[in-house]
Design a protein around this ligand. Structure first.
Ligand SMILES: C[S@@+](CC[C@H](N)C(=O)[O-])C[C@H]1O[C@@H](n2cnc3c(N)ncnc32)[C@H](O)[C@@H]1O
Length: 393
């Protein structure tokens, strides 16, 4: 990723960055170290650059992971532009090299943000939760070319492997989302989907709160399914079968159907293993019977900070330890001072499995997420309310 190593920048020169560089809007100094961030703007995009002391004689100017814009070229141009404007003595640079494709680059890879106001350019939609090696997902996509198949997988190498297969097999009707399916479901439009496959989820017998299937997943699935749409759970775990059956039974506007040892046209990697061990395969199907009038949770979610402004001593009132809610957490990881009258907070918050990492900029004029709002999931909203409580005292 783009960076330059330069001869140590003097304090005097650093002080002039904000005034002298056309890219730099503010400088933020960490309260607990030597870390310096620069808030920059280019081509209408805001992001941060980090200045790190490498040694007594060398500083490194590099991109910041959390606010990194999609276009690598933009970061390179800004770093080169600042080096030029500030007359930095560059010792080493990788700006001229191509740093290659980011590991998960593909037009079929979708980010959770892409679903905030999504329109599906296909006749119908099917979802597969936890596709693993992707055999079933790829097979379904080949068999139903008019249908969009959204595969949601939390394990990055599995997502990567399937993206390569999509490319090799020339498929155009799969979207891969490397995220927690429980959170993504909240973002999908109501009544938009014909099928949801949940094949061989991890049973999590000792940590049931990590199971994919639960009351909230069931309710979201019924909202997302079109009338007559169906969720299909397949499992080798008798315990998970009974647990799912209990979770699905007696749910309004739906019906439940069960199967045992039904063969499918394609056998997934896990299924093949259980079949070799002559284990039983159980299924629970949940069919939706009605049009759901409820909107996705995300349409009601916003992240306002009210009248929050920077007040003297705020940095001392912020919690230094992570705060735990039942389904979310908030951790203010690092505090930066911005000029004399503001703070930049680097925060991690939201769900335990897929935390959100964001900066919050607070000054005398107001408070906002820098450079963009969090993903509109309900856990992020709960975490945001907790943060806003602390910032508004
Ligand atoms: C036991 S494997 C089954 C894989 C595949 N369905 C098969 O039948 O071979 C379970 C998969 O679910 C994924 N997974 C677990 N929790 C998930 C979640 N919350 N969201 C998305 N994927 C999840 C795991 O990474 C793993 O790949």
């Amino acid at each position: 990723m783009p960076h330059i190593k330069v001869q140590t920048i003097s304090e005097d020169l650093l002080d002039r960055f904000v005034d002298a560089s056309s890219y730099v809007n503010f400088r933020a100094d960490s309260l607990n170290g030597k870390d310096v961030l620069f808030g920059v703007t280019s081509e209408g995009e805001e992001f941060l650059l980090q200045l790190k002391r490498e040694s007594d004689s060398i500083d490194m100017l590099k991109y910041d992971k959390i606010t990194r814009p999609l276009k690598v070229k933009l970061i390179k141009d800004v770093i080169a532009g600042i080096a030029d404007e500030m007359d930095l003595k560059v010792e080493q640079s990788n700006l001229a090299h191509s740093s290659g494709k980011p590991p998960l680059a593909s037009k079929y890879l979708k980010k959770i943000k892409d679903f905030e106001s999504v329109v599906f350019p296909f006749e119908s939609v099917a979802i597969e939760v936890g596709f693993g090696s992707g055999r079933h997902l790829l097979y379904q996509a080949k068999m139903h070319p008019q249908r969009l198949h959204i595969g949601i997988e939390i394990h990055t190498p599995s997502a990567q492997q399937v993206l390569r297969q999509i490319d090799l097999q020339g498929l155009e009707n799969i979207w891969v989302v490397n995220y927690d399916a429980r959170l993504l479901l909240e973002m999908l439009p109501s009544n938009s989907c014909e099928q949801i496959f949940v094949h061989f989820p991890v049973p999590w017998d000792k940590k049931p709160h990590r199971r994919v299937i639960g009351d909230s997943f069931r309710d979201e699935a019924l909202r997302v399914l079109a009338p007559n749409g169906r969720l299909e759970l397949r499992t080798d775990s008798e315990k998970y079968f009974w647990y799912t059956l209990e979770t699905f039974l007696d749910t309004p506007s739906s019906s439940v159907h069960i199967e045992k040892n039904r063969d499918l046209a394609v056998t997934s990697k896990y299924e093949a293993r259980w079949k070799r061990q002559e284990k039983n395969i159980y299924e629970v199907h949940l069919a939706s019977h009605e049009y759901s009038g409820t909107n996705e949770k995300s349409s009601k979610i916003h992240f306002p900070f009210g009248n929050c402004r920077y007040k003297e001593g705020l940095e001392e009132r912020l919690p230094s330890q992570a705060l735990m809610g039942s389904s979310y957490f908030v951790h203010i990881e690092r505090i930066y001072r911005v000029a004399d009258e503001g703070l930049l907070l680097r925060c991690a918050f939201g769900s335990f499995d897929r935390p959100e990492h964001k900066y919050i900029l607070i000054d005398r004029a107001g408070c906002r997420y820098y450079a963009s709002d969090p993903v509109k999931t309900y856990v992020n909203f709960q975490a945001h309310q907790k943060i806003a409580e602390y910032l508004n005292v």
